[in-house]
Design a protein around this ligand. Structure first.
Ligand code: UDP
Length: 405
């Protein structure tokens, strides 16, 4: 099949770690590659955010990235992109109408991509599958007035749930949320993201570390809701351990980054500054080294639509202490592959970290089970196979197999 993947702000070619570049970029890149391995021809449509970008880039056999001219050719925050989605959609119509590259199916990633895809799908007859990656209702609930999403986001997301041919949810918590939004269950499929277990594995080089200090690693974009502040507060009750934070701006810009300064001041006032290390953004191919260097991954988001980093850590044989929210309640099995603690509760987080670091037998058992779970249950190949079947159904190549929810 010819598969059009639309990912308006998250290019598979972007450097990760910045405010708007993280899991969705990884997801789109890995999924496109896995679908190509299954024999499909994938084109990823993403906004042209620099005048230097070529119109089309071949990433590998079966995967191209098309840079769509919509809005100024410069980086913009994703929350400012809505006004350009009409142009994005029109551009897709022209491309899909031409004989050059008419897709069998379109898969939109994030709600704004969905708007462009539905516009283009209606005019060209291309069926549309939607993955939200994050939901406005959840974001609003947790961020309240600090949520910078366009005001109409939640309404558009509801509308999309009814307008598209299928919605792909990434975890059970999202299925529940979608049901509450009124998305019909028979249009939903539950297909979680995956992890590349060849790249993320316990074998291979590890980043340097002090052998005498237990290492807590935490990874993510520098946004409040990732809960780094809670990890720093938790460190106070985990004596002797160091905390390494990977993500945020490039290492060279950390000293002038306001979020980094905030974390450092908090560490000063909590009296753990000597045990906190900010690494900055790390290229995707170096991530396995950082996971391997850790005794435990702490991930403490207030909410998390899926959460790839815990899965990546698990695939490297690292136990995870996570807040019991969103996708983490599917990936991390409490008491088996790690521990789940309540969100925004540094004391519970610190106690769980202290327990796992102080008990080598528990840590080994968690690590073994985590590795096994990541390898057995979460591969991109499985996601690509399930999506391939779904695409075939919506494009009429195969009879419907029923919803998964
Ligand atoms: N990542 C990276 N370099 C960094 C920080 C993160 O390559 O410096 C990657 C990480 O390995 C993962 C993704 O960015 O693949 C983050 O995904 P996750 O789902 O955990 O968070 P999101 O960004 O979607 O909120």
């Amino acid at each position: 099949m010819r598969i059009a993947m639309i990912s308006e702000h998250a290019s598979p070619l972007a450097a990760l770690g910045g405010v708007d570049a993280g899991g969705q970029n990884t997801h789109v890149a890995e999924l496109a590659a896995a679908l190509a391995v299954e024999g499909h021809d994938v084109r990823v449509y993403t906004r042209r955010d620099s005048a230097d970008l070529p119109a089309l880039v071949t990433v590998r056999e079966g995967v191209t990235v098309a840079h769509v001219p919509a809005g100024p050719p410069e980086p913009l925050p994703k929350d400012d992109l809505l006004p350009y989605m009409k142009d994005f959609g029109r551009w897709l119509v022209d491309e899909w109408r031409s004989d050059e590259w008419a897709p069998s199916v379109a898969h939109a990633h994030f709600w704004m991509s969905g708007l462009a895809a539905v516009t283009a799908g209606r005019q060209t007859g291309v069926p549309v599958v939607q993955t939200y990656h994050a939901l406005g209702t959840v974001k609003k609930r947790h961020q309240g007035a600090a949520d910078t999403s366009p005001a109409r986001r939640i309404g558009y997301e509801r509308m999309l749930g009814k307008a598209v041919d299928r919605v792909v949810a990434q975890c059970q918590d999202e299925v529940r949320e979608l049901v509450r939004m009124g998305v019909p269950r028979n249009r939903m499929a539950l297909i979680p993201s995956g992890v590349d277990s060849e790249r993320f594995s316990p074998e291979g080089p590890a980043a340097p570390r002090d052998p005498d200090r237990p290492r807590i690693l935490t990874v993510g974009r520098f946004v409040e809701r990732k809960g780094f502040a809670d990890v720093i507060r938790a460190l106070k009750i985990v004596p002797g351990a160091e905390c390494v934070i990977v993500g945020g701006p490039a290492a060279g810009s950390l000293d002038t980054d306001p979020f980094a300064s905030k974390l450092r001041s908090l560490a000063e006032s909590t009296k753990v500054a000597d045990r906190l290390h900010l690494v900055g953004a790390v290229p995707a191919n170096e991530m396995p080294r950082w996971y391997r260097s850790a005794d435990v991954l702490a991930t403490a988001p207030w909410y998390e639509p899926f959460g790839l980093t815990p899965l990546e850590a698990m695939a490297c044989g690292v136990p995870v202490v996570a807040t019991g929210v969103g996708g983490l309640t599917d990936t991390v099995v409490d008491g088996l592959t790690g521990d789940l603690v309540p969100p925004r509760d540094p004391r519970s987080l610190g106690m769980a970290l202290r327990r796992v670091l102080g008990d080598p037998v528990r840590r080994f058992a968690y690590a073994t089970a985590a590795l096994d779970r990541a390898r057995q249950c979460y591969s991109w190949k499985r996601a690509a196979e399930q999506l391939g079947a779904l695409y075939a159904t919506v494009s009429g190549l195969r009879p419907a197999t029923g919803a998964v929810a």
